[in-house]
Design a protein around this ligand. Structure first.
Ligand code: PLP
Length: 405
């Protein structure tokens, strides 16, 4: 399918509006992506025509909802090339996926053990492990990141030993745009017998994700960052792990048999899906992934890389411009600072000019502080952003900087 930004934009109703009297240029895609009509319609169709609880009813609507829900699980498993659909556990998003894992790995971590995370983690893939280590008297060790935004793999190699119980790193950094060599990281960790969680929150919208090729034991992502609704996400967990780990939450759906004294738990993945799931969200996530697949992730990546390169080159014309994150393998995220200009002031002026960016710590406070910064401005790109929008954005930055200086 030819990649036509104009045609793509027609699928995203929210983009067609003015803010502060200016056409909206939405560059906060790392926070959340906009939704195409196909996804909005799928969600709405479910509530208009199918709404029913899954796995419970003998009636037709419930059977149809159950069928569609399980078919979506299979499609999502295929999309990330999971070996089996039972390895797909539906959650509210990356944050819940990581918290789920940090809860069920409680007994796996003993006093004196080590969990390795990187310095470029989002709080969602840092605080759950920090708190688990605190509860278990274990040590949280941080894999450093260099000034370009590249992970120190030598440190990782040196730190791997039998006391390490997990390596948890992101696939793509939401601050730096760095694409981490996740397959290599998994290889190193597995050579030392250590399991790995990959936080894929930023990855699905920008790069191919093949969990078997990466080899990770666990892989987490959020639907809303890949054109699906908020409130739906996935924890991919290898069955060999998830079968032997304890449940996360207790209640309906996750049980097999219950008496007043005893319970046996359901099989995978239901053991980890207590209560009524977000059925509409699951169906819409399937539609969102179909949308991406139809355009082709390689084409999307090529387009976004072009936008990133153009925006970077144009921003570098501004005096005092500092790009934060210069890893050679980088995508879709452009964090920057301008000497003598506060990121918040710049973000506020950009908003007045119709350009939506994010400012601040981007939920990675330790990384930003370690870099000696108090925040950055972040523009992040998606498949519907155009080269014209990059021009509007970089012109707006130039104008705002002149006003603020
Ligand atoms: N991990 C990364 C790398 C992220 O960028 C984000 C969100 O920005 C998260 C985790 C958390 O995702 P969610 O808020 O959808 O749970």
């Amino acid at each position: 399918m030819p990649f036509s930004v104009e045609k793509i934009r027609a699928d995203f109703p929210v983009l067609n509006q003015k803010v502060h009297g200016k056409p909206l240029v939405y560059l906060d895609n790392a926070a959340t992506t906009q939704k195409p009509v196909q996804v909005i319609n799928r969600l709405s169709d479910y509530y208009r025509n199918e709404n029913s609880n899954v796995h419970r009813g003998v009636h037709l609507l419930s059977q149809k909802a159950t069928e569609d829900y399980e078919q979506a699980r299979t499609a999502i498993a295929n999309y990330i090339n999971a070996a089996e659909s039972k390895e797909i556990i539906f959650t509210r998003g990356t944050t819940e996926s990581v918290n789920l894992l940090a809860t069920v790995l409680e007994e796996w971590v003993q006093p004196g053990d080590v969990i390795l995370v990187s310095a470029m983690e989002h709080h969602s893939n840092l605080v759950p492990w920090q708190q688990l280590c605190r509860r278990r008297s274990a040590e949280l060790k941080i894999i450093p990141v260099d000034s370009k935004g590249i992970l120190d793999l030598e440190f990782l190699k040196k730190s791997l030993n039998p006391q390490v119980k997990l390596v948890a790193v992101n696939h793509i950094s939401n601050v730096l745009g760095t694409i981490n060599p996740v397959k290599e990281i998994v290889g190193l960790a597995h050579d030392a017998g250590v399991p790995v969680l990959i936080d894929g929150a930023q990855a699905l919208a920008h790069t191919k994700v093949d969990v078997q090729e990466i080899g990770a034991d666990f892989y987490a992502f959020s639907g809303h960052k890949v054109y699906a609704p908020m409130g739906i996400g996935v924890l991919y967990g290898r069955q060999t792990w998830m079968r032997r780990l304890p449940p996360y939450q207790y209640g309906g759906e996750m049980i097999d048999r219950v008496s007043f004294d005893e319970v046996t738990f359901n099989e995978l993945p239901y053991k980890y899906e207590a209560g009524t799931p977000n059925v509409g969200g699951v169906l819409a996530l399937e539609t969102a992934l179909q949308y991406v697949q139809k355009l082709g992730i390689e084409q999307i990546r090529k387009h976004e890389d072009l936008l990133l390169e153009k925006a970077t080159n144009q921003l570098l014309q501004v005096e005092g411009m500092k790009i934060i994150g210069k890893a050679p393998d980088k995508t879709a995220v452009l964090s920057f600072l301008v000497d003598g200009v506060h990121p918040y002031d710049l973000g506020t002026l950009l908003d007045q000019m119709g350009v939506a960016v994010r400012t601040g710590y981007h939920c990675a406070e330790p990384l930003i502080k370690q870099m000696g910064l108090s925040g950055t401005v972040r523009a992040s790109f998606a498949l519907y952003n155009s080269e014209e929008e990059v021009d509007v954005f970089t012109d707006a930055v130039k104008k705002a900087v002149n006003m603020l200086r």
